[in-house]
Design a protein around this ligand. Sequence first.
Ligand SMILES: *Cc1c(COP(=O)(O)O)cnc(C)c1O
Length: 382
Amino acid sequence: MNKYVTHLECSLTKEKYPKDKVLELSQAGRPLLVKYDLERINSEISKDSFKDSALPGFWRYYPLLPISDLQSIVSLGETITPLIDISDQYSNNLVLIKDEGKLPTGSFKARGLALAVAMAKELKIDHLAIPTNGNAGAALAAYASRAKIKSSVFCPNDTPAINIMETKLMGAETYLIDGLINDCGKIVIEGKESEGWFDVSTLKEPYRLEGKKTMGIELLEQLHWKLPDAIFYPTGGGTGLIGMWKAFNELYDMGWIEKPFPRMYAVQSSGCAPIVRAFQAAEKFAELWEQPTSQPWGIRVPVAVGDFLILDALYESQGSAYAVDDTEVILKRNTLAGQGIMLCPEGAATALALDYALENGDIGPNESVVLFNCANGLKYPM
Ligand SMILES: *Cc1c(COP(=O)(O)O)cnc(C)c1O
């Protein structure tokens, strides 16, 4: 593992774990976080060094990633994703869309799974399994096949057809399940023993989060290390939000950025909004959302193992959580598309939540906002 990594740590109990071991969840059943010697990184690396890197996209941040050396990189042509300025749609705000749909397999799941697969290669794991609403399975299929590692993907049977087809075509054993993503997750747990799979579910291994962390570093580098006032994130398992929050804390501890951090806004569908419900009740954890009625998008996640990490980031940043209606989301998607901005439904959900936040004063005039569009809009029914 990277020489700057000191150890891993349980995100709940802070119990320490050694690096260079095959690890999943902590003893407490919660996500493990990779810990770095940040002082040493800061003394050896400058934040201005990344822009001259010849490495593709987020791989340029490898000193802050767990991989041992550049040999571990599995690349499908990662790119720095663009910031699209849509401020002209607003009276007084700077509004940028970080368009993650430009990554390999058309979604930001590439960031996390590229890292998980690179680490699986280092740790000599030969068969990865994942529950997915579509994009994570596709990204796993692509990176695992590229690394000559086997993959099995389990998705709800109403997953968008294009996700199922791309996943199969890119070499994953693909199974449609009569149930939701958490039901798919249970099948993966059963197969760990009987089939010898390694479970790469959201936050159940430590490295997808490190990949998602690059979203925060990349965003700030693009903004010349100046932090936006608010970030709107379509929240399922929450890896991206937790990953960005981890990035901000690490960058702060290295003295590369200053506080205040951006206010974090989690956006969910009103038919499946466990994080919004828990936030409104000021809870530490989020209960399972029974019988979701929302559409099969990346944010239909009834229960998240990193729930308290999402909620901590919302509370600490003095952000909030919004539930939005699926029908209105599609209307918003269509309106923006008519202006040449084709988002995925999850991305459109963040734009809709921003409308509410401007209306109720959560976002003030002159504040700068970043919306996350996490997949290519072309992957969805139109
Ligand atoms: C997976 C996914 C999300 C949710 O991401 P998490 O980090 O799991 O919360 C949002 N949008 C799209 C398009 C996704 O594929």
